[in-house]
Design a binder for this molecule. Structure first.
Ligand SMILES: NC(=O)c1ccc[n+]([C@@H]2O[C@H](COP(=O)([O-])OP(=O)(O)OC[C@H]3O[C@@H](n4cnc5c(N)ncnc54)[C@H](O)[C@@H]3O)[C@@H](O)[C@H]2O)c1
Ligand SMILES: [Zn+2]
Length: 692
């Protein structure tokens, strides 16, 4: 018989090990998805393709299905992804605005239909609609007059964008006809027609501003403008796709309610079809997949909805999406074209990215001339050569990528491509660290390409949001030697700005005003702008919520940084290193002298509170019975503790639940640190907690 081992040193069984691996992956996936959601919904600036994002979601969903105990209510699979920004007032939706579940093939669509009919125990008629790739809004009419427009936000609370929506010509200010309902709420998709999108991007590029990745981003960015005049200048349109709420009118079918909206003068998409069989629904999807560019707006799929409202009610919805509808998503579009040449570009972090210069080709409604090749390894793996005919893809339509060459069309003299040894911008020898995929230009201070990319990033919407400071202006400031790093921006004078070509008095004033407002941005924006590796907007927000001043952040150890939920070792390490480097300390001092605020006002939330565990560092390992890890962390923090993820000499005690991580309990024992069980922990929190 095996001797009984003390808790924590018991070897894990295969199942337990699998579960631990799964748990780590689930946490990682949640962090990743949250970060991508933030970039997508708040910044309108996604970093990965939709297909990549969808793959992460699927993996998370599968793991949660296999290990239901890992499923938390706040998981991204359980909620609608958007988040209200700080620009607009919050609006609570009368009826939640949900997302849609997806089917990626005809079989998945069939599986959904079978599920629906099984649940209902009856057959059902459906309506097929186009899935317009824009931005969901709700419009509220009172006595026929438009009183409010809001974004979807997280589904429960959106943003008030009434002033901006009023500028859309396709939105009636007043409904037609008599006998209008007291209150009517309509759901619609705001979009930018493809042609308008291309014109807008051409304009932005000409002004030296960054173009939008796709029409959806263009629509979202145009709608969420501080100044409604900007929205008015963008030719946005909208299609209504559902009735959210109406007082005093009832319908028995979804299709009837759409007819009603049409009669009231609201734009309802005409490409809509009532179907009686699954085959018809599949045909509709297949037809539009083939003809998606026949309409002048982007569609990313088709939506199939149960028509009878009684059946919709019976099917109900989850917190994320209704069970009575499904989105059939089109696969990413692929096209072939020729690679004119392959070049590299040095980005703001010094990372050198290879890209293909293409014969212009239209993919997913936009003209593509550049496509990323990611890194050296990827170029080699795909073996893309200059002169090759290649397949290009815009999936979810961020940066187009080269999928691979069409070998049958390769020219006999095509040579494998070689990564350059030197930075194309400054000539410095490139370096690549052990275990890293990317080559970098190490010339952080003197490389003109890094300088302009950093400046542009610093001033961008996602960071310090300095209007009127785009690529062109940034480049000129650097060329005239007026600016060497972003802190120099805050010392610019009207005379200096007057030296810029084509800059009149008014532009100078605008620019100075924009710089002045940037002095008072929330700290997380500055943190993003500083261009610290791995510190993106999501991490920056989490960090500054807990530690709302730069000085506070500089005092923290890596462990303490990592104690912030959602901040992993890579982020903590990178930020810590950055904050200690003398040149960065000097940069922060210079920013301070330039009048930039280095802390948030009203640091109410997240400050260590006075409580029974005040100032104590606590580690929690294993599963607790009465609460999730997250709740335990919050409870400990509410009692004044700092919760860290690894045991060190400064740890006050370790809370050990069921199936604890072996290293944590081992380390606690080795360092002679107290371990306590759940009951003891609850006791130390101060207030008695009831079991439930
Ligand atoms: N690339 C990224 O980083 C990233 C990040 C987050 C989300 N995404 C993408 O966004 C999608 C998730 O976003 P989502 O929650 O808005 O879901 P969704 O866009 O897949 O579907 C739901 C939305 O479709 C819209 N819609 C359009 N036509 C409609 C119609 N006829 N009937 C009903 N609704 C209609 C509605 O606005 C609704 O809210 C995913 O597919 C994902 O790929 C990408
Ligand atoms: Zn360089």
């Amino acid at each position: 018989m095996q001797p009984e081992l003390p808790t924590g040193t018991r070897p894990l069984s295969g199942d337990e090990r699998r579960r631990e691996v799964a748990q780590r992956r689930v946490e990682e996936l949640r962090d990743l998805i949250n970060a991508h959601d933030y970039r997508y919904y708040v910044l309108d600036s996604p970093e990965v393709t939709d297909a990549e994002y969808d793959a992460l979601m699927r993996e998370l969903r599968q793991l949660e299905a296999e290990f239901p105990e890992l499923l938390l209510p706040e998981s991204p699979t359980q909620r609608v992804g958007g988040r209200p920004t700080e620009l607009f007032a919050p609006v609570e939706h009368r009826v939640p605005m949900r997302s849609l579940d997806n089917a990626f093939s005809a079989e998945e669509l069939a599986a959904w239909a079978a599920r629906v009919e099984r649940r209902l125990g009856a057959r059902t008629d459906c309506v097929c609609e186009l899935k317009i790739d824009g931005l969901a809004v709700s419009l509220t009419y009172e006595d026929g007059v438009l009183v409010r427009a809001a974004t979807r936000g997280d589904g429960l609370v959106g943003e008030d964008i009434t002033a901006n929506v009023r500028t859309l010509r396709s939105v009636p200010m007043r409904l037609r006809g008599g006998g209008l309902p007291r209150v009517l709420e309509v759901r619609a998709e705001v979009y930018l027609p493809v042609k308008a999108f291309e014109r807008l991007n051409a304009e932005l590029t000409q002004r030296g501003e960054r173009p939008f990745a796709n029409p959806r981003n263009g629509a979202a960015g145009s709608l969420r403008q501080k100044d409604p005049a900007v929205t008015a200048s963008r030719p946005l349109r909208l299609w209504c796709y559902a009735l959210g709420f109406a007082e005093g009118v009832t319908f028995s079918r979804h299709s009837e309610s759409l007819d009603y909206l049409k009669r009231l003068g609201l734009p309802v998409n005409p490409e809509l079809k009532q179907v009686r069989t699954l085959k018809q629904a599949q045909d509709f999807c297949a037809y539009w997949q083939e003809h998606r560019h026949d309409v002048d707006y982007e569609i990313d799929g088709a939506v199939v909805k149960v028509d009878a409202l009684e059946q919709q009610r019976e099917l109900g919805e989850t917190s994320r999406a209704p069970r009575w509808a499904i989105a059939f998503k089109f696969p990413p579009e692929e096209r072939t074209t020729r690679v004119k040449s392959i070049a590299v570009n040095t980005g703001r972090t010094g990372k050198v990215t290879p890209f293909a210069v293409l014969e212009p080709v239209r993919v997913s409604g936009a003209t593509v001339t550049y496509a990323t090749l990611h890194n050296e390894e990827e170029v080699r793996r795909r073996d893309v050569r200059e002169g090759d005919t290649v397949i290009v893809r815009r999936a979810g339509e961020v940066i187009p990528e080269v999928v691979g060459p069409v070998l049958s069309k390769r020219l006999p003299d095509a040579r494998p491509w070689r990564f350059p040894k030197k930075c194309p911008a400054c000539g410095t020898k490139l370096v690549r660290e052990e275990g890293e995929a990317d080559w970098r230009c190490p010339n952080r201070v003197g490389c003109p390409s890094q300088a302009v990319e950093w400046l542009f990033h610093f001033a961008s919407r996602g960071a310090m949001d300095i209007e009127h400071l785009g690529y062109v202006t940034g480049m000129q400031l650097l060329e005239l030697g007026l600016v060497k790093d972003p802190a120099d921006i805050f010392f610019l004078t009207a005379e200096q700005l007057g030296q810029l070509p084509n800059t009149g008095e008014k532009s100078v004033r605008n620019l100075l005003e924009a710089i002045e407002s940037a002095r008072h941005r929330p700290l997380w924006r500055l943190l993003v702008g500083l261009n610290i590796r791995h510190v993106g907007p999501f991490a920056a927000r989490l960090l500054t919520q807990r530690f709302p001043s730069m000085d506070a952040l500089r005092q923290l150890s890596i462990d303490e940084l990592q104690s912030v939920q959602g901040v992993g070792p890579r982020i903590a390490q990178s930020l810590h290193t950055w904050l200690q480097q003398p040149e960065n300390v000097r940069l922060l001092e210079k920013l301070r002298r330039g009048g930039v605020q280095l802390q948030d006002e009203a640091p109410a939330t997240g400050k260590p509170t006075a409580g029974p565990l005040s100032g104590k560092a606590v580690v929690i390992t294993g599963e607790l019975e009465t609460m999730s890890r997250e709740e335990a962390t919050h409870a400990a923090e509410a009692a004044g503790a700092r919760v860290t993820s690894s045991v060190s000499k400064s740890t006050a005690f370790v809370v050990v639940g069921a199936n604890p991580g072996a290293t944590k309990s081992d380390k606690a024992r080795a360092l002679g640190i107290e371990t306590v069980d759940e009951q003891e922990f609850l006791g130390r929190l101060g207030k008695p907690r009831t079991l439930h």
